[in-house]
Design a protein around this ligand. Structure first.
Ligand code: NDP
Length: 301
């Protein structure tokens, strides 16, 4: 993997790794198609949240580029829970659909947990169903793992970053990022075996924990909260944060910031992920990978 110098830290180029994974996925998709199974992902978008619409479009495009079948189901913001569950039931029964993703957040009248519970765990490529999170937390890798922490694991593995015997601090305890990230770092074997501390908004002395951390995973949702002076020199810093703020000086009118203050952190860290171009591109790459896994299991039946 090529690296670029930034401050003293080497940059973990998530865009390059994601591109490589998407190429691998393309090869696997064409091998499956030759066996008569074209991997298929269905994405359900309820309502008209502009950010969600962008994510859904890019997921569909990524699928098509990888030679996979993609179906996007758009439903109005007034959709009832029963109507959405009926769509999930249809997709659960559809043999052409190997992966199902219901884009979050959902409108207020729909209970997201009821929707997650309805998705067939064998098609739950987001890895949010309790059957899949239960497997991960019991150290069983036969389920699906949420795409963002799985992408972080892949970045660490592909850069030869040693997690064994490391003190890892995960900041954030969400079911989407923080908790599954901690569970992955706790697994026995390569990419795991870390001593893991999970911090959150009620943690006392976050800095005290960070000063002992060889690996820091920031999944907070607070722009540039982690600064270089809070880190142990030589730490590996993975910034999951995506904080979009208005910026009229840019073409899009917005700018993306991480949870880590990049200029100060990159002067102290040994490795660091930039935002954008770090963890972000890995999420879609791992979604494709999970869909391939789901289709491969069907092909093997
Ligand atoms: P959540 O809001 O669900 O969780 C944030 C976590 O950070 C919570 O556990 C919260 O603690 C903790 N936290 C908040 N403030 C502090 C603080 N001052 N000190 C310590 N901990 C704090 O967010 P997500 O996990 O969904 O996402 C986290 C970030 O990652 C966001 O910026 C999001 O946009 C980004 N993200 C990026 C993805 C990607 O593809 N790159 C994918 C998913 C998310 P508590 O539980 O106590 O409230």
């Amino acid at each position: 993997m090529t690296t670029v110098q930034a401050g003293s830290a080497r940059i973990i180029d998530g865009s390059a790794v994601a591109k490589a994974i998407r190429e691998e996925v393309k090869g696997e998709a064409s091998a499956l198609a030759a066996r008569g199974v074209q991997p298929g992902l269905a994405v359900v978008l309820v309502g008209d949240d502009p950010a969600s619409a962008v994510y859904v479009r890019s997921k569909g495009k990524a699928c098509e580029e990888a030679g996979m079948r993609s179906e996007t189901i758009r439903m109005p913001a007034t959709t009832t829970q029963a109507e959405l569950l009926a769509v999930v039931d249809r997709l659960n029964a559809d043999p052409l659909t190997h992966g199902i993703l219901v884009q979050m957040p959902l409108p207020k009248q729909i209970d997201p947990q009821a929707v997650i519970l309805r998705i067939d765990p064998a098609k739950d490529v987001d890895g949010f169903h309790p059957v899949n999170s239960g497997k991960l937390f019991s150290g069983d890798l036969s389920g699906f793992i949420p795409c963002t922490p799985l992408g972080v694991r892949e970045l660490l593995l592909r850069h030869g970053i040693e997690t064994q015997v490391a003190n890892a601090v995960v900041i954030g305890r969400s079911t989407i990022v923080g908790r599954p990230m901690a569970a992955l770092l706790l697994l026995a074997g390569k990419g795991g075996d870390a001593t893991v501390t999970v911090c959150h908004s009620r943690t006392r002395d976050l800095e005290g924990h960070l000063k002992k951390a060889n690996i820091v995973i920031a999944a907070i949702g607070r722009r540039e909260m982690i600064t270089g002076d809070m880190l142990k020199p030589g730490a590996v810093v993975i910034d999951v944060g995506m904080n979009r703020v208005d910026d009229p000086t840019t073409k899009s009118g917005t700018r993306l910031y991480g949870d880590v203050h990049y200029p100060s952190a990159s002067a102290v860290a040994s490795w660091i992920t930039p935002v954008p171009g770090g963890v972000g591109p890995m999420t879609i790459a791992m979604l494709l990978k999970n869909t391939i896994t789901a289709a491969t299991r069907v092909a093997a039946r």
